[in-house]
Design a protein around this ligand. Structure first.
Ligand SMILES: Cc1ncc(C[n+]2csc(CCOP(=O)(O)OP(=O)(O)O)c2C)c(N)n1
Length: 315
């Protein structure tokens, strides 16, 4: 399934929303209005947008320490997300989860996760629940190439294949190999293979590697894997090569002009008429400004709230 004009604009809008939101987050963090430093998704927007374009509200995602893009693309409310980052009472999790553990079950966004690779087994659990309840939902598990080396991730790939779970594993690979491809001198191997997707063969599931800064390519690959999972044909391991335009952790690495060539938004912008581009940017900027205003004027949690929402009885 390739991208038509309307879908292209839809993906572009989601990518602009993520970028605009994160630019605001970067500024608010520097101003001390967001009391945390964390990984941003800048440069990877095509992956979350291209994957989420195939997901329904009842489908669930498990995310990482670089979660904002995943959460926004899945449809999270921007006001509550911003308030959560600011540690405010009106946030998704009453300001208790912050950037690393925020979640919004109402749209199937089951959590950022500060533990590298930590959300992967949990996301397979969501897929297993769907399978047992005979729901036609799909789970998507995001992780990085570093996370892919965690033992729990490999165990989950195996079980997901054994049980033919309705899950798509999405590895966003920003490894030194990608950096080297871009001309950087980096010498600290952490993968024994150059493609994480090669591991799929060991677990008898389909696996493939794609350009993660090309939204059309992500959309096509994700569509195939998600349709397969929804049809009950089991898991797929997708790998998207990405480049983190703001470095690995915010402020650690300056992006250079060469890296800017791999900006997924600039890439897709070529297919968007100028007037529509201006309209999308203005509309998304207004939504983000509304979220900032909501967060800033929201109250801080009171000390006694530390004891609420700690434990929930099973439904
Ligand atoms: C279990 C665990 N080990 C180490 C860390 C510290 N840590 C935070 S981010 C990170 C790098 C993760 O790399 P990758 O999974 O490739 O994701 P990326 O940051 O490239 O998006 C590490 C080691 C952690 N949060 N959790």
């Amino acid at each position: 399934m390739s991208l038509n004009e309307a879908k292209t604009a839809e993906l572009y809008r989601v990518m602009v929303r993520i970028r605009t939101f994160e630019n605001a987050v970067r500024r608010l963090t520097k101003e001390g209005k967001i009391p945390a430093r964390f990984g941003l998704y800048t440069g990877q927007e095509a992956v979350a947008a291209g994957v989420s374009a195939h997901l329904r509200k009842g489908d669930q995602i498990g995310s990482t320490h670089r979660a904002l893009g995943h959460l926004i693309a899945k449809g999270c409310d921007l006001d509550k997300l911003m308030a959560e980052l600011m540690g405010k009472e009106t946030g998704f999790n009453h300001g208790k989860a912050g950037p690393y553990h925020t979640f919004d079950p109402s749209v199937g966004a089951l959590g950022a996760n500060g533990v590298v690779g930590g959300s992967v087994p949990m996301t397979a659990g969501y897929a297993l629940a769907d399978q047992l309840k005979a729901k036609r939902n799909v789970a998507v598990s995001y992780f990085g190439e570093g996370g892919s080396n965690q033992g729990g991730v490999q165990e989950t790939l195996n079980l997901a294949a054994c049980w033919q779970l309705p899950i798509v594993f999405v590895c966003e690979n920003s490894s030194p190999e990608v950096q080297r491809m871009l001309g950087h001198e980096i010498d600290y191997p952490q993968l024994s293979i150059d493609k994480v997707s090669l591991r799929a063969k060991n677990y008898a599931m389909p696996g493939s590697t794609h350009t993660g800064w090309d939204a059309a390519e992500v959309y096509k690959a994700a569509g195939k894997a998600i349709r397969r999972a929804r049809a009950g044909k089991g898991p797929t391991l997708l790998e998207f090569k990405v480049h983190q335009l703001e470095g690995n952790l915010e402020g650690r690495l300056e992006a250079n002009e060469k890296e800017r060539q791999w900006d997924p938004i600039d890439h897709l912008k070529q297919k968007i008429p100028r007037k529509l581009d201006e309209q999308i940017r203005a509309e998304e900027a207004a939504k983000v400004q509304k979220a900032i205003d909501f967060g800033l004027k929201s109250p801080e949690p009171t000390p006694d709230q530390a004891y609420t929402c700690v434990y929930k009885e099973a439904d």
